[in-house]
Design a protein around this ligand. Structure first.
Ligand SMILES: NC(=O)c1ccc[n+]([C@@H]2O[C@H](COP(=O)([O-])OP(=O)(O)OC[C@H]3O[C@@H](n4cnc5c(N)ncnc54)[C@H](OP(=O)(O)O)[C@@H]3O)[C@@H](O)[C@H]2O)c1
Ligand SMILES: [Zn+2]
Ligand SMILES: [Zn+2]
Length: 352
């Protein structure tokens, strides 16, 4: 067993602070890595503050972080895919049973026995798993991914959650050239959604509550930007979208977006606000629209995202911060003030 430096929160109201945690020694199939960068997902904030208590209550202390890029430091005897020095990544999952129908079809995120990267029962050490706000991590090689070496590593880290979470539903619902696609909420997920929809050839409209993000949205690949508080601007798009991705982290009116779908159009919710959203039956009946959800993506598809981003030179737009600024970053996320993902330079943890 190793002790490693990390940042953890002791309760729903405590700030994150330096701590020591245990990591297992690599077993036969394990890869040990030094963590170079870890993105800050809004899910980290929801869970540190126990906002999902009814679905997955937080166990304290919590070490969040599931957008991990690192370098292999040690491998188990049976590991064939990686060697020390390789650039690797870990996303939201670190284990699953491998033999249920979901695992067999590459949808490990729905495995009843999957282990999340943090706040999931730890089969090796007991207690719960600890995430990427730390110096190192040990993960079964089946859940370790390869990072194209030419990508900017700070910007590649968010592909492991924000990337796969937006890529997967767009592939599933057929976002291609000629389709009209909306992205609601220009944060970490939303800005990746814009990049992917644009790369897939769709016409992209961003819906934002922040008028100041307009130029950035256009630069990221949007064809049009609508400030969602402008009822007239919203009205103009009624019944016209093939697909809308809703990546909003807080309570909002989803009916306003359902009404923008054309007949048979689909809205996929990826945002996970604390409280339920009210849906008007009429928003669905009119035009027999589809309301769906999506949760991250399986391991093979996450590797597909990394490879796609390698080929198209896509990374997140990041603000690189030292770990000591993490509490400030959380406060800024709550104000929708991020351009467009925080990525923690984990070298900053060495001085703690
Ligand atoms: N389904 C999954 O697998 C999955 C994976 C990762 C994250 N998530 C969830 O997805 C959500 C977004 O995550 P993120 O990391 O992208 O968060 P984020 O970077 O904080 O972005 C959220 C964006 O939502 C918009 N927003 C915030 N408050 C709003 C409000 N009150 N009304 C309307 N819009 C508001 C803002 O965009 P504008 O300024 O443009 O309005 C904000 O930038 C979170 O709930 C997170 O937990 C889900
Ligand atoms: Zn996430
Ligand atoms: Zn399974």
């Amino acid at each position: 067993m190793n002790h490693t430096k990390a940042y953890s929160a002791a309760s729903a109201t405590s700030p994150l602070a330096a701590a020591k945690i245990k990591r297992r020694n690599p077993t036969e199939h394990d890869v040990q890595m030094e963590i170079l960068f870890c993105g800050i997902c809004h899910s980290d904030v929801h869970q540190v503050r126990n906002e999902w208590s009814s679905i997955m209550p937080t166990v304290y202390p919590i070490v969040p972080g599931h957008e991990i890029v690192g370098r292999v430091t040690k491998i188990g005897a049976a590991v064939a895919k990686y060697k020390p020095g390789d650039l690797v990544a870990v996303g939201c999952l670190v284990d699953s049973d491998g033999n249920c129908p979901h695992c067999q079809s590459g949808l490990e995120q729905f495995c009843p026995n999957m282990t999340l990267t943090f706040n999931s029962p730890d089969k090796h050490l007991g207690g719960v798993t600890y995430g990427g706000y730390s110096e190192s991590i040990v993960v079964d090689e089946r859940f370790v991914l390869r990072v194209p070496s030419h990508l900017n590593l700070a910007g590649a880290a968010p592909l492991l959650c924000a990337g796969i979470t937006t890529y997967s539903p767009m592939r599933r619902w057929g976002v291609t050239k000629g389709k009209k696609v909306g992205v609601v909420g220009l944060g970490g997920l939303g800005h990746m959604g814009v990049k992917f929809a644009h790369a897939f050839g769709a016409t992209v409209v961003v819906f934002t509550t922040s008028p100041g993000k307009k130029d950035d949205a256009l630069r990221l690949g949007a064809n049009e930007v609508v400030v969602s508080r402008d009822a007239n601007a919203m009205q103009k798009h009624t019944g016209s979208f093939d697909f809308i991705l809703d990546a909003v982290s807080a309570h909002h009116d989803i009916n306003a977006y359902l009404n923008l779908l054309r007949p048979n159009g689909t809205i996929t919710i990826v945002g996970a606000p604390e409280k339920p959203l009210a849906v008007s039956a009429f928003s669905l009946l009119m035009g027999r629209r589809n309301l769906s959800g999506s949760l991250i993506g399986g391991i093979a598809e996450t590797q597909e995202v990394l490879d796609f981003c390698g080929q198209h030179n896509i990374t997140a737009d990041v603000e690189v911060i030292p770990i000591q600024k993490v509490n400030e970053a959380y406060e800024r996320l709550l104000k929708a003030d991020v351009k467009y993902r925080f990525s923690i330079d984990m070298a900053s943890l060495k001085s703690e």
